[in-house]
Design a protein around this ligand. Structure first.
Ligand code: NAD
Length: 255
């Protein structure tokens, strides 16, 4: 149902972003990928579901590079119809030991990039009178955990920004919503499991206690499931879902 739509998914070379990109490609959208690392592997994977995707290497901590990425989308694809703000990083440390440069990087990548891509995508969406902005926040946009000050602050702010963009466009065919996943087994979470293993905990125990502390289902959420929810939010059936912070979290925030 997304034939003729152009989708930009930030941070789509890995994890959740790559899963969402595949789902959008399978539904017929033209994809623009972004992110670091195994770019060709990500392009090949998305190409198995649809047309070969475009790619821009913008570092989302830098507004100038974000502007270049949005210009690329405009000149090569005629603009962005579906914007998935997914790129994000994590750092775990208590506030008083939290490195200032990590704080600044997390705020820039996890929060400010959402403002920049959105402000640059909205004029084109308004011209075409259709758009979907889907921000990958987190359960940490709704509740906190210790040692994640920058991440929790940025994700709560993303939920707030989502509501403002939803309201400003409430009388258009442009919707803006946030997804709030619980634990998804991606490199970002594997790093946190590895930290526990490094402190002497057995791998299965590290995984089970990580899930057990927060996620009542005891199961990870998958990128494919988040892809399916993204497709729903892009559908006509979701045209009145506006400014939501939709958790998919194995029961995390129900507690
Ligand atoms: P991941 O590490 O697998 O992927 C992160 C992606 O962002 C990669 O493509 C990476 O290259 C890209 N990226 C990182 N820094 C970037 C930068 N400066 N510029 C451009 N791209 C950059 O992580 P993930 O778990 O798939 O996380 C994706 C999003 O989902 C993040 O916003 C994260 O906060 C959120 N999230 C993850 C979980 C989880 O359990 N994994 C839960 C809730 C929310």
């Amino acid at each position: 149902h997304l034939n003729g739509k152009v989708a930009l998914v930030t941070g789509s070379t890995s994890g959740i972003g790559l899963g969402i990109a595949c789902a959008l490609a399978e539904a017929g959208a033209e994809l623009i990928l972004n992110g670091f690392g195994e770019v060709d592997r990500a392009k090949d994977k998305v190409a198995r579901y649809g047309a070969r995707p475009g790619y821009h290497d913008a570092d989302l901590s830098d507004p100038t590079q974000i502007e270049a990425m949005m210009q690329y989308a405009e000149s090569e694809y005629g603009g962005v119809d579906i914007l998935v703000n997914n790129a994000g990083i994590q750092h775990v440390a208590p506030v008083e030991q939290f490195p200032v440069e990590k704080w600044n990087a997390i705020l820039a990548i996890n929060l400010s990039s959402v403002f920049h891509t959105s402000r640059l995508a909205l004029p084109g969406m308004k011209e075409r009178n259709w758009g979907r902005i889907i921000n990958i926040a987190s359960v940490h946009g709704l509740v906190a955990s210790k040692e994640k000050s920058a991440y929790v602050a940025a994700k709560h702010a993303v939920v707030g920004l989502t509501k403002v963009i939803a309201l400003e466009n409430a009388q258009t065919n442009i919707t803006c919503n946030a997804l709030c996943p619980g634990w998804v087994l991606t490199p970002l979470v594997q790093q946190q499991i590895d930290q526990r293993i490094a402190s002497g905990i057995a791998p299965e125990v590290a995984r089970d206690t990580l899930l057990g502390e927060k996620q009542p289902s005891g199961e990870f959420v998958t990128p494919e499931q988040l892809g399916a929810l993204t497709l729903f939010l892009c559908s006509d059936a979701a045209s009145q879902v506006r400014g939501a912070a939709w958790n998919m979290d194995g029961g995390w925030v129900a507690q």
